[in-house]
Write a protein that binds this ligand. Structure first.
Ligand code: ZN
Length: 375
C-alpha cells in the first residue's frame, strides 16, 4: 500500500469537513461538544468554526443554558447557505424541486410537458426552470446547480444516455439541457435518484434496495451509501427480472418481466391513470380494484422476496405506487415472510419516506452531497 503523509492543508480540510458534518447531523451543538466528539483541540475547532462562519455555512443560534461559568454558544449549520434544483424528466411531465442544504423541499412544481428530442423541448425546460427559480425568489448565486433525473441508463461518466425506451433520448447528452439551464447540470438515473433520498439523514443505515414502482419499474441498490451502478450502469433494473417464464409481454421486448406485472399502470389502468383514485377505491374494498391488487401483490411479493435473498438488506417500496402502500405494508410483510427461507417476519420491508417528487429531490441531493464533500 502506498503511504501518503497528509500535509497540513489536507489535515486542515479534513478537520473542517468533519466539523461541518458533525454540525450537519445535529440541531445545535457547542464548541466544547465538537472538540470532545472529534478529539480536536479547542483552538483548532474555534479556528475552523470561524472560517465556516465567514463563509456563512454555520450560524450561532444562541446560548446554551449554563450550569455555572460562561454560557456556551450554540451553533448550527446554515441550511439556506445553498440550494439545489432537481428535475424529474418523464415521458409526459417535468417535475421541478428546490431543496436547501438540509434536504428540505422549499418548493416543487409538476408541469405537463411531454418529452421530445428536439430543440424546442430543451428550450422549454429551460424556461420552466427559470420561471420556477424566479418564483422561489432566492439568490441565484447560492444555486449549486440542477440535478436532472431521466428514465434512462447513463454512460459511465454520466454525461450521456446509453439506453432509453421510455423517452426518445438514446445517445442524448447533458449539454442538451445545460444549453438552456444556466447552472451546473448533472444527469441521474431516476430510480437511483429516488433511492438516494432514502438514506438521506440516516446515519445508521448504509445499504438499501429501492424498488421503484412507477409506470415503468426500476430500482437501485445502494451499498455503503453509494449507488452500485454495475459494469454497464444497469444494476437495479429490477423491472426486467423474469418472474414468469414466457409470461406477459414487456415493453422491452421480452416476456414475463417484473414490469409487466408490477408497474403502477397495472393498478391505475382501472382508474383512468390515477393511482390516488386506485388506492382510494381499494381502501373502500371496491371491485375490480381488490382483485387487481391481490393479483398484483402476488407478483410484487415474489419480487420483494427475490430482492431480499439477493441483497439481505432493507427493501423499500417506492415510486408513485409504492408511496401509497403504507396501509398494506403489514399484509405485504406477512406474505413476504411466508416465502422466506430464513426469516419469520418481513420487517425488512418498508415504504419510502419521500413520497413527493422523490426522484427530483434525489437528483438535487446529489449536488448537495458533492457540495458537502467539498467543504
Ligand atoms: Zn422487460
Amino acid at each position: 500500500m502506498a503511504t501518503h503523509r497528509l500535509n497540513s492543508m489536507e489535515v486542515k480540510r479534513m478537520n473542517r469537513n468533519a466539523i461541518y458534518r458533525y454540525l450537519y447531523h445535529r440541531e445545535s451543538t457547542s464548541i466544547q461538544e465538537i472538540a470532545q466528539a472529534l478529539n480536536l483541540s479547542l483552538p483548532t475547532v474555534t479556528q475552523n468554526l470561524k472560517e465556516l462562519q465567514e463563509k456563512e455555512l454555520i450560524v450561532e443560534t444562541g446560548l446554551f443554558e449554563s450550569t455555572g461559568g460562561r454560557k456556551a454558544k450554540s451553533l448550527a449549520c446554515n441550511s439556506v447557505a445553498g440550494y439545489a434544483l432537481g428535475l424529474d424528466v418523464t415521458r409526459n411531465h417535468v417535475g421541478i424541486v428546490l431543496i436547501d442544504l438540509s434536504g428540505k423541499v422549499v418548493k416543487n412544481v409538476r408541469n405537463l410537458f411531454p418529452f421530445a428530442n428536439e430543440e424546442s423541448y430543451f428550450q422549454g425546460v429551460g424556461r420552466l426552470v427559470e420561471d420556477f427559480v424566479e418564483e422561489c425568489g432566492i439568490d441565484r448565486s447560492k444555486l449549486l446547480g440542477a440535478g436532472i433525473a431521466l428514465p434512462a441508463i447513463l454512460t459511465g461518466d454520466r454525461q450521456s444516455v446509453s439506453y432509453a425506451t421510455v423517452i426518445d433520448f438514446k445517445g442524448g447528452h447533458v449539454q442538451r439541457f445545460a444549453e438552456y439551464i444556466p447552472y451546473p447540470c448533472i444527469l441521474s438515473n431516476d430510480a437511483n435518484a429516488a433511492g438516494f433520498t432514502e438514506l438521506w439523514g440516516e446515519q445508521d443505515m448504509h445499504n438499501v434496495v429501492y424498488l421503484s414502482l412507477n409506470n415503468s419499474v426500476g430500482g437501485s441498490f445502494i451499498v455503503d451509501n453509494q449507488i452500485y451502478a454495475g459494469k454497464n450502469h444497469r444494476a437495479g433494473e429490477f423491472g426486467h427480472m423474469t418472474v414468469v417464464p414466457e409470461g406477459r409481454a414487456c415493453y422491452c421486448g421480452q416476456k414475463g418481466c417484473v414490469d409487466a406485472y408490477c408497474s403502477a399502470r397495472i393498478l391505475s389502468d382501472s382508474t383512468g391513470g390515477s393511482i390516488v383514485e386506485f388506492f382510494r377505491l381499494l381502501g373502500e374494498g371496491q371491485e375490480p380494484q381488490r382483485t387487481i391488487w391481490e393479483e398484483y401483490r402476488n407478483y410484487l411479493v415474489v419480487t420483494i422476496n427475490n430482492l431480499r435473498m439477493l441483497y439481505d438488506c432493507d427493501v423499500i417500496l417506492g415510486g408513485y405506487a409504492g408511496a401509497y402502500m403504507e396501509d398494506y405494508l403489514d399484509s405485504l410483510r406477512e406474505l413476504a415472510a411466508a416465502k422466506n427461507t430464513f426469516e419469520p417476519d418481513g420487517s425488512y420491508l418498508r415504504v419510502c419516506k419521500y413520497k413527493l417528487e422523490a426522484t427530483a429531490v434525489g437528483a438535487a441531493m446529489e449536488l448537495v452531497t458533492d457540495f458537502i464533500d467539498s467543504i
